[in-house]
Design a binder for this molecule. Structure first.
Ligand SMILES: Cc1ncc(COP(=O)(O)O)c(C=O)c1O
Length: 461
């Protein structure tokens, strides 16, 4: 069956609920959607088996342990990560994986934490661990309008290291704000100068192949619900064993030790993934990881990538063609407005005929009328937003966000034209009909001179 027909059929057989409910779902960077067969397989497994808490020798525990280890092996195999080199650690989400690295990375005074402006807040937050341990944090700027990094600037930062230090470089393989893809070649460049590399793959892996036999970041974080919708509550830190050995966990807990004593304050850490899995893992959901990965593998990541790539081009075309009667553009795209080196996440705003940005709360209102799920705001990626909206450091430092201030006060104080951008993101289930409905929704903004006065207050970014 031709690729397009196969995906069209999957839309009916596996994701039929989208059309049954009349929903246009364009928030795949927020969360992927699960296929019907994933749920059926998971429910059948739970219905027909008896599973106990893993890590014991009784039969139901042993059965569960086997499933957990099977899921772990499936994760490594999916990313072509050699078990000799990599370990897969289950976490509650990508943020949990990032926290594991941040809190245990052996930062000391004189060490460096280098990261791109374009990062999710769960990566930005690692700077607080770096700060507490006396390490310096440096940001590599994004450059408008494409929001890419100036590679000469990055090279300067990466080569400017001296002495015997632990230095960590963190960046996303794909921006959750603009969809742009940063080069995986940076990993080798950073390694050449002694950096450890933390690759945030959360927004990349749902529609791109990540091959850890070709690219060897030290730490990779992801959330499985972004890849295949179900289950929520499980992510992974995939880490090189050598890099894991450098980490200094700040505590121990049930599950992470071989032995601990009370009268003698001593504990012996477990080896491998167990040292990093606090308490009981989300064991009943772990078999669903294997099921989800097998679903993606059956379709093929290359085919999923091609499909999303093609639809992304069409969506960019719709946005570019949208004009007011005067001929003035009705949209502005933040980040690459072309399909090369980008994924299926597009950040944009609608524009009034006079060029002002349409208030994103009005966009939310119109989207609701069209049963359309989009995102508005800054998407937990303030650095990309600050560059996209050309907000300078001086503006931010001059207009402090203070206690009791609402986001609306702040938007006004620093003179922003809106509370953020609009984000549409595509996934495996997206089809041409979704884009037709998006076009009809977008056409509502043609020749709109102003927005209503009764828009709700903004509570958060
Ligand atoms: C690039 C990126 N990193 C990290 C995260 C955090 O993921 P989670 O909220 O599942 O921990 C997200 C979530 O949107 C993301 O897009």
């Amino acid at each position: 069956m031709a690729a397009v027909e196969q995906l069209e059929e999957l839309r009916t057989t596996e994701f039929g609920r989208l059309d049954a409910c009349g929903e246009v779902y364009l928030d795949y960077t927020g969360a992927g959607l699960y296929a019907q067969s994933q749920i059926d397989a998971h429910v059948a497994l739970l219905r027909d088996s008896v599973f106990g808490n893993p890590h014991s020798v009784n039969p139901t525990s042993a059965a569960m342990t086997e499933r957990v280890e099977q899921a772990r092996a499936a994760v490594l195999a999916f990313f072509s990560a050699s078990p000799d080199e990599y370990e897969a650690i289950f976490t509650p989400n990508a943020t949990g994986a990032l926290r594991l690295v941040g809190e245990a990375y052996p930062f000391h005074s004189g060490d460096r934490f280098l990261l791109t402006f374009d990062n999710h807040n769960s990566v930005n937050g690692i700077r607080e661990f770096a700060r507490a341990r006396g390490a310096d944090t440096t940001y590599v700027p994004s450059v408008a309008p494409d929001l890419r990094v100036d590679e000469a600037v990055l090279r300067r930062y990466l080569t400017n290291v001296g002495g015997d230090h632990h230095n960590l470089f963190a960046y996303p393989a794909q921006s959750n704000f603009s969809g742009l893809q940063h080069p995986l070649e940076w990993i080798d460049q950073a390694h050449e100068h002694g950096w450890d590399v933390l690759l945030d793959a959360a927004a990349f892996v749902p529609t791109n192949r990540l091959d850890l036999s070709k690219h060897n970041p030290d730490f990779v974080c992801l959330s499985f619900y972004k890849m295949f919708g179900w289950p929520t509550g499980v992510g992974a830190l995939i880490a090189r064993r050598e890099a894991l050995a450098k980490l200094e966990r700040p505590w121990f807990s049930g599950g992470t030790i071989v032995a601990a004593f009370v009268q003698r304050e001593y504990y012996q850490s477990a080896v491998g993934a167990a040292e990093f899995e606090d308490g009981t893992v989300n064991f009943l959901n772990l078999p669903a990881i294997e099921i989800g990965l097998a679903f993606l593998a059956r379709i093929g990541m290359d085919q999923i990538h091609e499909h999303v790539h093609e639809l992304t081009g069409r969506l960019l075309g719709i946005l570019a063609e949208l004009r007011h009667t005067s001929g003035a553009p009705a949209t502005v795209v933040y980040g690459p407005s072309y399909v090369e080196r980008r994924g299926g996440t597009i950040a944009f705003n609608f524009l009034h005929p006079d060029g002002r940005v349409v208030d994103e709360r009005f966009v939310d209102r119109v989207a609701q009328k069209h049963s359309m799920s989009l995102r508005t705001g800054c998407f937990c990626n303030p650095g990309a937003g600050e560059t996209a909206f050309t907000i300078s450091r001086e503006t931010l430092v001059g207009g402090e966000f203070g206690p009791g201030m609402t986001l609306d006060d702040y938007v006004e104080a620093i003179g922003l034209p809106s509370g953020g951008a609009v984000r549409a993101s595509l996934g495996l289930p997206t089809n041409a009909a979704d884009l037709d409905r998006f076009r009809a929704f977008a056409e509502e903004f043609i020749d709109v001179l102003d927005v209503p006065h009764d828009l709700p207050p903004r509570h958060g970014c």
